[in-house]
Design a protein around this ligand. Structure first.
Ligand SMILES: Cc1cc2nc3c(=O)[nH]c(=O)nc-3n(C[C@H](O)[C@H](O)[C@H](O)COP(=O)(O)OP(=O)(O)OC[C@H]3O[C@@H](n4cnc5c(N)ncnc54)[C@H](O)[C@@H]3O)c2cc1C
Length: 471
């Protein structure tokens, strides 16, 4: 199999890149490890969705004290298929910090605006047409009562006609195919090498039931877009290691279940959209999907969880505080297929997690919560600010239940040779014609939901590569 350009991974970074290259007239092959499934099947937030569209059925751990349980998409469209599509452009201060610390050329909000706009036109970004769900409004009211800054996040969503998500499989991938691009799903690239002036990729069918025969793919240019853990793992397997997989970052989350006096959890309501911005960039807060199975899972560390959820789920919602802590290494651990991820947290970050948890409890009490059940084991039920003040000043290292759905920064871009894996536009150092175009490139946490940043940076870099004739 051969193409001028091969893009590996079809999440937001890969799908944007593949579409631009195909529309520029290149012959492009998009290779995706996961299956090509419709956005509507399995149902969003169902257990079948977790089985079919999440890597390892949603169980991946960054080992540390505490661990972080993180989640990756594994299907055509990657994380965009399973996420909620809460959308933000990157804050200017985040880009300014990356430009200064990592010496990234041509990076500012002004420079990225045309790229945000171009992506937003294809993957539509909309605000709710009416009032938000009661779960969402409770957070809004609590923050307003305290005088804290709170916003409605727009979503990659089309609200008309009952509502539908705007994922890569609905937007960029169809345009890529219309432009003549070829997609092969259910195929995992295991290794890259350079031979005869071309890139050679060794790939295999990903499903156990499919043929185990090796597939060889050749290309002039390769864009890696396997996500922030799989991209460095593939590069390191292929012998490329400089500043690769040394700086994986997260948005670690701590969650609580809040119980109110009245029914706030109404099946069929639109997903919650309010976010508390008062403490950014240290931490932000929001409301998670709070259906009965998710509530049962969130309460699983409590002995009385089943009875509580069974009887009171209509009065309960799951809320989170999301920080920017943790830094991890990604390493291959032969003979295992999955890379090993090791995370460290500084004492400062542990204090920030604990502070975030207290602020989350404060806003929920101000919203009228009568009981708050932290999901971290060993934490007591909170019913008043007096209870909140008794919480530890720092998250105990042995305490678990940090989770993350936002991962990035394992191969940062920029001209700072001590830190960066690629140049300012995603070209891997010392590897002619090899680019990275996914969340790995981001120089650090975005503080806001990251998909908008991933798409805009991929759009900026692919546009530049095409304009420069890939030189
Ligand atoms: C549950 C969840 C909720 C989220 N919520 C939001 C949100 O509301 N808003 C927001 O902005 N962001 C959200 N995110 C984050 C967002 O989805 C990611 O930032 C984004 O998807 C990252 O894009 P990417 O292109 O870097 O990688 P990914 O989306 O991870 O795509 C990588 C793709 O590469 C494929 N792949 C990996 N290895 C190989 C290989 N060796 N060969 C072939 N293919 C390979 C994978 O199967 C995957 O499909 C969420 C993420 C998750 C998981």
């Amino acid at each position: 199999m051969a193409a001028e350009v091969v893009v590996i991974g079809s999440g937001p970074g890969g799908a944007v890149t593949a579409m631009l290259c195909a529309e520029a007239g290149k012959s492009v092959l998009l290779v995706e490890e996961g299956k090509n499934l419709p956005l509507q099947w399995p149902a969003h937030f169902s257990s079948d969705e977790i089985l079919h569209k999440y890597r390892n059925a949603g169980v991946s751990i960054a080992v540390g004290s505490p661990h972080i349980a993180y989640v990756e998409g594994r299907c055509v469209g990657g994380g965009s298929e399973i996420n909620r599509g809460l959308y933000h452009r990157t804050p200017a201060y985040v880009l300014d910090q990356w430009r200064t610390e990592f010496n990234v050329r041509d990076l500012s909000l002004d420079i990225l605006v045309p790229h945000f706009t171009a992506c937003e036109e294809i993957a539509r970004v909309e605000y709710l047409p009416g009032e938000a769900s009661l779960l969402s409004m409770r957070l809004y009211e609590g923050a307003s009562n305290l005088g804290w800054r709170v916003v409605e996040a727009p979503r990659l969503y089309r609200y008309a006609g009952g509502g539908s998500k705007q994922s890569m499989s609905e937007t960029f991938v169809p345009r890529f195919l219309e432009a003549g691009g070829r997609l092969i799903a259910d195929t995992s690239v295991r290794r890259l090498s350079r031979t005869g002036g071309k890139w050679r990729m060794e790939a295999k069918h990903a499903s156990p039931e499919a043929s185990s025969q090796a597939i060889e793919i050749f290309a002039d240019k390769v864009f890696l877009a396997c996500g922030a853990v799989q991209t460095p793992a593939l590069l390191r397997r292929s012998g490329l290691r400089k500043n690769i997989g040394n700086s994986l970052r997260f948005h670690p989350m701590l969650k609580v279940v809040a119980e109110f006096d009245d029914d706030i959890n109404v099946p069929g309501d639109f997903d919650p959209v309010h976010q508390v911005k008062e403490f950014e960039p240290h931490f932000g807060m929001g409301c998670s999907i709070s259906n009965r199975p998710m509530l049962a899972l969130a309460m699983a560390t409590r002995a009385d969880s089943f009875a509580l959820v069974e009887h009171r789920w209509r009065r309960m919602g799951i809320y989170y505080v999301q920080t920017t802590g943790g830094c991890a290494l990604v390493r291959n651990a032969a003979p295992f297929r999955d890379p090993f991820v090791r995370v460290w947290h500084s004492d400062y970050q542990l204090r920030e997690y604990a502070d975030g948890m207290k602020r989350l409890a404060e806003v929920l009490l101000a919203a009228g919560a009568t009981a708050i059940y932290p999901t971290a084991p060993g934490y007591p039920v909170l019913r008043s600010m007096a209870d909140v003040r008794k919480l530890p000043e720092t998250l105990p290292r042995g305490s678990g239940n940090l989770t993350s759905v936002h991962i990035f920064s394992s191969c940062p871009m920029g001209e700072n040779e001590a830190l960066c894996a690629t140049d300012s536009f995603g070209r891997v150092h010392g590897a002619d014609g090899l680019y990275i175009s996914d969340a790995s490139l981001l120089c650090g946490p975005t503080a806001v939901n990251p998909q908008g940043t991933v798409m805009a940076i991929a759009h900026r870099n692919a546009t530049r590569a095409i304009e420069n004739g890939f030189h």
